[in-house]
Design a protein around this ligand. Structure first.
Ligand SMILES: [Fe+2]
Ligand SMILES: [Fe+2]
Length: 411
């Protein structure tokens, strides 16, 4: 097969991206297009606004919707860059993806027939005409050209002489370059974010953005240090192999909301961001591992299956991610049960876990309203709601929760 690979930050994915994929397929150069959301930016550390899993799953939601509705076929989304340590350069992404075993397995997972999936394959790196002009300044361009032909989109009226740029790459680097005409939709992620007009974002992405309340004041992480932001982005990539989509996005949402609550209620937003983001990191580990880790952090305090992941998470965050801060680890440990004498940080993570935007298990509006002004009241309402649920189910209240309820004046 001739495989087109289209990398980018997709922050957010928009109709211009889709038009480019459609025109690349229509050009006849490629039989399919694999979209690869970047994990870490090569150029500027914080030029991407969302951690990689959000951008990956948002792009996937759009491509799945296009495929299911029959609007576009043979477009796939690939998580190849999640496996790269440090900055992901294009040649590294290509090195992974052009490995015959990797590509065959990936295509089979997408439902491509065995004979086609097994290759042989030719690879095309799809890019805009503007980026072709700067290609020679990229890191290790010869390595890129060793793996792939460049396939540059020619945008009418953008003032770039694509043929001249292509000729220069051919002459100076000896690579293969082809071009195709872009008929599509003119827009950019930057314009969408600066104008706040999301009309050129496909419906599936708009729904995704609304569900998680992305690109809002909260996700700007005002009041959070650059170091904590970087650690947050890294935690998202670290947790990716251990958690499914729903759980991973939930735990990251809790990070965002915890940071916002910390700013509002005078706690440390850096610690809140990391504690919130990591709080469910151990939730999908094998039960035996969870048991072992839970015992290591808190002895025999937590033995019920549903509660194990919280103390286990403290150990996993420490050993797996290198989180050393005891206040953060405690906030992770007590996020399910609470405890007596909770710190503000612990209350914040406890609360954010129950009310982050994607949570819909009951009418949360009174608690969300209280969380605008009064942390203790919001925690009290949350604890009351949970106690009510436990009482109805005839479940026993954990001793740590009993202590928290006593602190809150709940009998
Ligand atoms: Fe949890
Ligand atoms: Fe959670």
């Amino acid at each position: 097969m001739n495989i087109g690979i289209y990398g980018g930050s997709f922050d957010p994915v928009h109709k211009g991206h889709i038009a480019l994929v459609r025109d690349a397929l229509a050009s006849g150069y490629v039989d399919c297009v694999i979209v690869v959301p970047s994990v870490r930016n090569n150029f500027k550390r914080y030029s991407m606004t969302l951690p990689a899993p959000y951008r990956y799953y948002m792009t996937k939601a759009v491509c799945d919707e296009l495929t299911e509705s029959g609007k576009l076929d043979k477009v796939y989304v690939c998580d190849a860059e999640f496996g790269i340590k440090g900055i992901s350069y294009t040649f590294m992404t290509l090195e992974i993806m052009t490995d015959p075993e990797y590509m065959t397995e990936f295509l089979l997972e997408q439902g491509v027939k065995k004979k086609k999936a097994e290759g042989p394959h030719e690879y095309y790196w799809i890019m805009g005409s503007d980026t072709l002009g700067t290609f020679e300044t990229w890191y290790k361009p010869e390595e890129i050209l060793r793996h792939a032909t460049l396939l540059a989109a020619e945008r009418p009226g953008d003032g770039v002489d694509v043929e001249k740029a292509a000729e220069s790459v051919r002459e100076n680097l000896g690579g293969k370059v082809e071009t195709f005409r872009l008929n599509g939709f003119e827009c950019s992620s930057h314009e969408i974010l600066s104008s706040g007009d999301f009309s050129s974002v496909p419906d599936a992405a708009r729904e995704f953005i609304a569900r998680h309340e992305l690109y809002t004041g909260r996700t700007k992480l005002t009041g959070v240090s650059d170091d904590a932001k970087e650690r947050f982005f890294e935690s998202a990539v670290w947790m990716y192999p251990y958690l499914g989509e729903k759980r991973l996005l939930h735990t990251l949402n809790v990070g965002y909301l915890s940071a916002e609550l910390a700013v509002r209620f005078g706690a440390d937003p850096d610690k809140a961001l990391i504690a919130g983001a990591l709080h469910d990191c151990a939730k999908e580990l094998a039960e035996d591992s969870q048991k072992e880790m839970a015992a290591e952090y808190s002895g025999d305090l937590f033995t019920e299956k549903k509660l194990l992941h919280a103390p286990a998470g403290a150990i996993f965050a420490h050993d797996g991610f290198g989180e050393k801060d005891k206040e953060i680890l405690d906030a992770i440990c007590y996020h399910t049960t609470g405890r007596g004498g909770m710190s503000s940080l612990e209350k914040i993570v406890y609360l954010a876990d129950k009310i982050e935007p994607a949570r819909q298990y009951m009418d949360l509006s009174p608690i969300r309203a209280a969380a605008q002004t009064d942390l203790d009241e919001a925690v009290r309402l949350t604890a009351l709601a949970i106690k009510g649920k436990f009482d109805r189910q005839g479940r026993q209240t954990h001793p740590a929760t009993v202590d928290m309820l006593r602190d809150l004046g709940i009998k």
